[in-house]
Design a protein around this ligand. Structure first.
Ligand SMILES: [Mg+2]
Length: 296
């Protein structure tokens, strides 16, 4: 849902399968962005990474072409229908085509600890920045880090799902389960709450989108702009993964950077991509239920 508050346009876009309780956290973020003043900014442009989904090796160049110049590429591995061999082939081919690019891997928690160790041992020669959520649980992340250390593999681990879907987003930091925290505005309940998590945890932040339109991605840009320390490229260049957008100038990076802006939706595009009346009604009901939870 795209709506305008007292300050600016905002987006409420929890995934369809999410329960109301989890979606209400996303709504809290959307309302804060719409109605509250933004925190102080420390930068006006944000370095972003390209993202490579699980495509065949011969399609890598054309998929990555939509990101323009990039210094960092995130490669999705471990998804449904792919196997370790194919994942490895995709990573190696990406490195062959873009030898200067830093690589980060994201398995969305799909690997077992054993597979994650085996995979990590095969990529030690590559410029791997970090491996994001190789395994599903915080306990497995801790195990994995111990096993990597024991086998002499130096590889940074990032936590995404373990932070955004956790009851306590700081548990990862407390248990030493990762080096890097992937922070997303909507799942963490807003820019202020994400800033607080970054401040309290000992992890290096990477700000990412939750696959929003350019309106929602702008929430992440503001969070990235407000971070005091930001050493890694952010995962905010996801507009090109969408078939269409609601702004006339989608947030597509130039030379690996996105400008920090407050995009405004285009009325014609909003009309063009409006959902049918039944879907609209179900979203309004979802909004009401989530509002009730926030007010409870
Ligand atoms: Mg991720």
């Amino acid at each position: 849902m795209i709506f305008k508050g007292s300050e600016r346009f905002s987006e409420f876009s929890p995934f369809l399968e999410y329960e109301d309780q989890e979606s209400a956290t996303w709504l809290k973020a959307a309302l804060e962005y719409a109605n509250e003043p933004l925190p102080a900014q420390h930068r006006t442009k944000i370095a972003v990474n390209a993202t490579l989904p699980a495509v065949r090796p011969d399609l890598i160049s054309s998929v990555l072409a939509s990101f323009g110049t990039f210094g960092t590429v995130k490669i999705k591995i471990g998804g449904a229908g792919s196997d370790l061999e194919q994942d490895l082939a995709r990573v190696l081919e990406t490195n062959r085509l873009f030898p200067e690019a830093k690589i980060r891997l994201d398995a969305n928690g799909c690997f077992s600890v054993a597979d994650a160790v085996a995979f990590s041992q095969k990529i030690t020669a590559l410029p791997i920045e970090y491996f994001e959520q190789p395994v599903a649980t915080i306990e497995e992340l801790v195990q994995l880090r111990h096993q990597l250390q024991a086998s002499g593999v130096e590889l940074k681990i990032a936590a995404d799902e373990s932070i955004r879907k956790a009851v306590d987003p700081l548990e990862v930091s407390r248990l030493g389960a990762a080096d890097i925290a992937v922070l997303k505005v909507q799942p963490l309940g807003g820019i202020r709450s994400a800033l607080e998590i970054a401040r309290t945890s000992s992890l290096a932040p990477v700000i990412s989108s939750a696959l929003e339109s350019s309106i929602g991605i702008a929430h992440g840009l503001q969070l990235a702009a407000s971070m005091t320390d930001l050493d890694y490229a952010c995962g905010l260049a996801t507009a090109s993964l969408l078939a269409a957008d609601v702004v006339t100038e989608p947030l597509i990076p130039t030379n690996g950077f996105l400008e920090v802006t407050e995009p405004v939706p285009d009325q014609e595009l909003l009309k063009q991509f409006a959902v049918d009346a039944e879907t609209q009604a179900s979203w309004h009901q979802r909004l009401d239920r989530c509002l009730a939870l926030l007010e409870a």
